[in-house]
Design a protein around this ligand. Structure first.
Ligand SMILES: Cc1cc2nc3c(=O)[nH]c(=O)nc-3n(C[C@H](O)[C@H](O)[C@H](O)COP(=O)(O)OP(=O)(O)OC[C@H]3O[C@@H](n4cnc5c(N)ncnc54)[C@H](O)[C@@H]3O)c2cc1C
Length: 351
């Protein structure tokens, strides 16, 4: 009988979420070790065309469960739609993003299967004759735990978004796709989504933030960090920083980034007065563009940066802020200014 690694994919505004694609790629790696296939389950309304993207990231099979009542998320709706399909053929391993939505229904399924459910997973592996091995983050990121189970135990694992990152999709890859349209009665859903609020970058979880502005010991204290925060607010970015800054009380402890803190994967990561210690850099490996401002041209972060500015942050930050303020006052719209909208003469670009 064929063995499957099942992946639950999620959508947001009609698009697959990046954490879902990370799970598909992680599932692909695990399936290759097990000699299994990757079977992705996707729930929603008119989401079948997304099967192509799932195939490009490693899916062998895609089961799409469609219904008008699934246009908006409902934990009961997802259970009604997916449980019958999943219970028919329990997989070798189930992977899903560690998201609020998944956490609202997957535990119920794990209870029915009497299978372990593991959150905050960072890496899934297979050891020995097919034993699942999971590395997960515990104690708010301060520790990592390695878990293994006996052969053939079905484990449901939820992956922390942003840890793995996604690779290049393979165009032309095809998955066997089945579209199911079950009879669902939304009147029996005990929960439903009324409307979805846009994420507030100031409070969004760092591992979901698209832009992060970080401050380190070089900010010199709470006043320097307040300037970094002002810049973050102007850019619609989340505030982050280093452990040293958090240890000194300049930053909330849940906002420091690194191997013992938050693992992030923003599109833009700006670092002010951050040296770039290994423990910090290991938390930003998934970042797309890194801009670092440091007055020491030998600081390791400048090697990682796509744009390095060698200069005093106490001179550069006020210039940036005044340019952004001027731009905001002339701008007609109230959208947060994106980094491409302003230009500052860099003091010196690191080579
Ligand atoms: C077990 C362990 C786990 C750790 N985990 C983490 C972790 O998860 N995350 C983490 O961040 N750290 C972690 N650390 C700490 C880490 O090793 C570094 O000490 C820390 O990241 C350094 O923080 P920093 O860059 O803010 O400070 P520093 O290393 O002191 O760097 C400050 C930088 O600011 C620059 N600077 C100073 N003044 C200015 C100015 N006026 N303008 C511009 N630049 C200026 C300096 O040139 C310097 O490069 C851990 C350490 C250990 C031992």
């Amino acid at each position: 009988m064929d063995k499957f690694v099942v992946v639950i994919a999620e959508t947001e505004q009609g698009q697959l979420t990046l954490p879902s694609l990370e799970c598909v790629e992680e599932g692909r790696d695990v399936a290759d070790q097990l000699g299994a296939q990757v079977h992705v389950m996707l729930c929603g309304n008119k989401v079948a065309p997304l099967a192509e993207t799932l195939a490009a990231h490693g899916a062998d099979r895609v089961t799409v469960v469609e219904h008008e009542a699934l246009a908006q998320f409902s934990a009961d709706g997802w259970m009604q739609a997916l449980a019958p399909v999943l219970l028919q053929a329990p997989p070798a391993l189930l992977l899903a993003p560690d998201s609020g939505q998944i956490r609202s229904w997957l535990p119920r399924l794990a209870v029915r299967w009497r299978s372990p459910l593991v959150g905050c997973c960072m890496r899934i592996g297979i050891i020995g004759d097919g034993y699942p091995e999971i590395m997960r983050s515990t104690h708010g990121g301060a520790c990592q735990e390695r878990l293994t189970w006996p052969y053939a135990t079905l484990v449901c694992a939820m992956l922390i978004p942003g840890v793995r990152g996604i690779g290049t999709p393979q165009s032309g890859r095809i998955a066997e796709t089945t579209v199911l349209r079950p009879q669902l009665d939304p009147a029996h859903f005990r929960d439903r989504t009324l409307h979805t609020l846009p994420a507030d970058p100031r409070t969004v979880s760092l591992n979901e933030a698209e832009r992060i502005v970080s401050g380190g010991f070089g900010t010199g204290g709470k006043d320097g960090m307040a300037l970094v925060k002002q810049l973050a607010d102007h850019l619609g970015a989340a505030l982050g920083g280093t452990r040293v800054a958090a240890d000194r009380g300049w930053l909330a402890v849940d906002r420091y980034i690194g191997s013992t803190g938050q693992i992030v994967a923003p599109k833009l990561y700006m670092a002010f007065g951050v040296s770039g210690a290994d423990q910090h850099l290991s938390g930003i490996t998934g970042s797309e563009i890194v801009i670092a401002i440091n007055n020491d041209r030998t600081a390791p972060i400048l090697k990682r940066a796509d744009l390095g500015v060698v200069g005093d942050l106490h001179e550069i930050l006020p210039i940036l802020l005044s340019k952004l303020q001027a731009l905001a006052s002339t701008s007609n719209h109230s959208e947060p200014t994106t980094p491409t909208h302003f230009a500052v003469d860099p003091v010196e670009i690191a080579s």
